[in-house]
Design a binder for this molecule. Structure first.
Ligand code: SF4
Length: 322
């Protein structure tokens, strides 16, 4: 039976807002505000939400690319929030990230061989010959060829560049890969090729992914379970099938109502949310979604709903299920 690989508990990331002549802290942007979830070994956990909901910040805080404000992140037996820089550096070979814009994350002045070699060198593969061999092997694994090693990033298409980003992430045989909008900059036809490749790699190398995206169809395609974020909070988390067939949180219901159905017989009523997403520097009291929720009740303005298991493996933060 699969065991937990990553346990995130009470994770917060608040950014200071500076102001005044002296640049004092005058407020906080609560980008991630107390979220908890577990990722099982070999699983793909999708995280969806509109831009600015805190999903990318969550990914970066888990890897400590930005320091969490509070909470614990347990990876295997380590609470990574307590590790020294050196311990964290060693652990990073097991935890990698793939970014949205592969072009921005690949040094344009380096050949693909140098780009993919870098993490190998950092983690101690000193032999030039062995590194070269590994780079060529990785290029084949992601569907490119050995001769691509001598080219520069600008000589590739967007999909090929994302394959290079994936090869670099795979270089040191990681266990967990956090994928931050990895296909959103790509054409739809290329998107499915990359998603299929990622699925194959998961199976072949027993990888675990956290897959962050705003596109519900993309997340549905690849994930085993899906978490929905709104204004720095995780509001719903369950198996993919349950989430897409029986969404419980009013925000998830609204998001899914906007996804066109492939079945012409299924008529969906679109739920239009009123107003804008509130400012994360001044989130609403009680339920953060109450200012836009079509089902809001009096209690929602006062009390923050607990993120609780309302059915087997189905977690929701909403007073409707108290
Ligand atoms: Fe809507 Fe209230 Fe549920 Fe929040 S707690 S989602 S405001 S019904």
């Amino acid at each position: 039976m699969a065991k937990p690989l990553l346990e995130v508990s009470g994770l917060k990331k608040h950014f200071d807002i500076k102001g005044g002549v002296l640049g004092r802290t005058i407020g906080k942007v609560k980008a991630v505000n107390d979220i908890s979830f577990t990722v099982m070994e070999g699983e793909i956990l999708g995280i969806v939400g509109e831009s600015g909901c805190g999903k990318s910040t969550t990914g970066k805080a888990i890897l400590r690319l930005i320091e969490p404000t509070e909470g614990t992140v347990k990876f295997e037996d380590h609470d990574i929030t307590k590790l020294s820089d050196e311990e964290m550096r060693k652990l990073r070979r097991d935890m990698q990230m793939i970014f949205q814009d592969p072009y921005a994350s690949l040094n344009p002045r380096h050949t693909v061989e140098k780009i993919i070699s870098e993490p190998l060198l950092v983690h101690g593969l000193k032999s030039d010959e062995k590194r070269k061999e590994r780079v060529h092997e990785l290029l084949e694994v992601v569907g490119l060829s050995s001769y691509h090693a001598y080219r520069y990033p600008h000589q590739f298409s967007g999909g090929q560049r994302q394959r290079i980003g994936i090869a670099r992430a795979l270089a040191n045989n990681p266990k967990l890969i956090i994928c931050d909008e990895p296909v959103s900059a790509l054409d739809v036809s290329v998107q499915s090729q990359i998603l299929n490749l990622m699925n194959e790699l998961r199976d072949n190398f027993n990888l675990t992914y956290i897959f962050i995206a705003h596109d519900l169809s993309v997340v549905k395609h690849i994930s085993d379970r899906v978490g929905v974020m709104y204004l720095g909070n995780l509001v719903e988390l369950t198996d993919k099938e349950k989430l897409y067939e029986d969404p419980k949180h009013p925000y998830t219901q609204a998001l899914l109502s906007a996804v066109p159905s492939l079945d012409p017989d299924i008529k969906k009523e679109r739920i239009i949310l009123e107003g804008d997403v509130p400012n994360p520097a001044n989130p609403p009291k009680g339920c953060v979604f109450h200012t836009r929720c079509p089902k809001a009740m009096d209690i929602c303005k006062i009390e923050k709903p607990v993120f609780a298991e309302v059915e087997d493996h189905h977690f929701v933060a909403c007073h409707l299920y108290d």
